[in-house]
Design a protein around this ligand. Structure first.
Ligand SMILES: Cc1ncc(COP(=O)(O)O)c(C=O)c1O
Ligand SMILES: N[C@@H](Cc1ccc(O)cc1)C(=O)O
Length: 471
């Protein structure tokens, strides 16, 4: 018999969950314009919208809040955070930011010139927005397998080195200020990059004098996959793997709201002193003093501890194990999901789930809305709506991946919650033909998915026909 494992923590404080009726959920969904971003959290039962800032902090982190040094300049709490980043990630220079996109803003402004190209292993919404706002064109250099949800590949986040080389040959290395390498790759399904690939990308870039800047947001999850899947890594600690990973880069942007186990915060780190000095000049414009950068002293205390807690081998094994607990049950029930199951989320393949809808009928948006209606589980569209429009033609970008993301907050839900999610999705799958598409009634010009509004395309305005009402 395979011995079972449990959460490597016990629960000290609880939060009551909202359990609305079908009619109440229907009303809430209508008010939100069928966009799960616009649903009030008081109306959500299990919130799988994001793993960002939704972490449960440990007792050590809560305790440290009281010790936060709120000095405007030279905070002791900042020194602790700076030391944690240096110790765990290995970069020399660190600047705090209010969250990841604060770091992306500064990096993009300093490194990008109009007409540049920024290659990356698949785009991320905020990262690409900053690159484009500074005049760069994003170029996708991820391996082709990443765009196919059915292909099993251990490191689906890897860079295709031939694609990178082709770009260098075509536009010239001087037009490429840096490669943006995400570990793991959020929009590919939380897929990791191998150590070997990271090293090869770094060597190729060094040859051409191009920097490698990591999007390190979920780097600890990436380290776990390397330990599990890459030859020669099984007996190393997560901390050692992580440090080696970061050594194949010149710096990183970090959204601390994920793998630093906190509710807010981020940083920009690098080894180049000149870039550090110029970044510090911009931090004071956009974020605050270089000794707090948009964070309270107490937040920096919590993050300094979270950075160290995240590299605990038991913590990360449970974290990935819980995502798999959800994913494997869906696979066993024949539900189409992105394979293999990634680090922070399970992604439903909405094209395969709702094959009767065209991509212009926003299948992933409709499926996320239907899931909320069925059970109060909140997920997120990651398809044509998230991909936005092409900046030159103005047409919808049409990604191959039309997905619904079930994102698991860290240390928040038990596996029983995951089982409830499975039941709802399995029920929905049986009634999938009854789910109709959506039309977009309001479209914001940038990052449209956050605030866009929709309505059902059915004649009677129902998302799921009443005779198929689920609960
Ligand atoms: C991969 C990735 N990069 C960057 C960011 C930006 O971070 P933040 O939300 O902290 O601004 C996020 C989340 O938004 C992310 O998932
Ligand atoms: N980074 C967070 C929050 C976020 C969500 C969607 C975005 O497109 C941008 C940011 C996440 O991936 O969940």
């Amino acid at each position: 018999m395979k011995r079972r494992t449990a959460e490597p923590f016990k629960i000290k404080s609880v939060e009551t969950l909202a359990m609305l009726s079908y009619e109440e959920r229907k009303q809430s969904l209508q008010q939100a314009g069928y966009n799960t971003f616009l649903i009030d959290s008081k109306d959500v039962y299990i919130d799988l919208l994001t793993d960002s800032g939704t972490t449960a902090m440990s007792d050590a982190q809560w305790g440290a809040l009281m010790t936060g040094d709120e000095a405007y300049a030279g905070s002791k709490s900042w020194k602790k955070l700076e030391k944690a980043v240096r110790d765990v990630y290995g970069y020399q220079f660190v600047l705090p930011t209010h969250q990841g996109r604060g770091a992306e803003n500064i990096l993009s402004q300093l490194k990008i010139q109009k007409g540049d190209y920024v290659p990356g292993n698949m785009y991320f919404t905020t990262t690409r927005a900053h690159q484009e706002m500074n005049g760069a064109t994003f170029v996708d250099i991820i391996i082709d397998e990443a765009h196919d949800p059915t292909i099993e590949h251990p490191f689906k986040g890897n860079v295709d080195l031939a694609k990178l080389q082709r770009l260098i040959d075509k536009v010239g290395a001087e037009k490429i200020p840096y490669v943006c390498l995400a570990v793991t790759v959020n929009l590919a399904g939380g897929q990791p990059v191998s150590m070997e690939n990271m090293k090869e990308v770094y060597e190729l870039c060094q040859k051409h004098d191009i920097d490698v800047m990591l999007d390190a947001t979920r780097c600890v999850e990436n380290a776990f996959f390397i330990k599990e899947r890459e030859a020669g890594q099984a007996n190393r600690s997560i901390a050692a793997i992580l440090k080696e990973m970061m050594s194949y880069s010149d710096g990183c942007t970090m959204s601390g709201k994920k793998d630093c186990l906190v509710n807010i915060g981020g940083f920009l780190a690098m080894n180049d002193e000149d870039l550090y000095i110029r970044s510090r000049e911009l931090v004071v414009v956009y974020e605050g003093m270089p000794s707090y950068g948009g964070m309270a002293g107490r937040d920096m205390e919590a993050m300094a501890i979270g950075i160290r807690e995240a590299v605990d081998d038991h913590y990360i094994a449970h974290r990935i194990g819980q995502v798999r607990h959800l994913g494997q049950q869906l696979i066993d029930a024949g539900i189409p999901v992105v394979k293999p199951i990634g680090g922070h989320a399970v992604f439903l393949d909405a094209r395969a789930f709702l094959p009767h809808l065209s991509q212009e009928e926003f299948p992933a948006q409709a499926l996320a809305a239907a899931l909320y209606l069925d059970s109060g589980v909140r997920s997120m569209e990651r398809g044509i709506v998230s991909a936005g429009r092409d900046i030159t033609t103005g047409n919808h970008n049409k990604p191959n991946l039309e997905l619904v993301r079930l994102t698991i907050p860290r240390r928040v839900y038990t596996n029983n919650h995951m089982d409830v999610v499975v039941d709802s999705i399995v029920d929905l799958y049986e009634k999938r033909d009854a789910i109709c598409g959506l039309k977009m009634d309001y479209e914001p010009p940038t990052l449209r998915f956050f605030n866009a509004r929709f309505s059902p395309l059915s004649a009677n305005g129902e998302l799921i026909s009443e005779e198929n009402r689920l609960l």
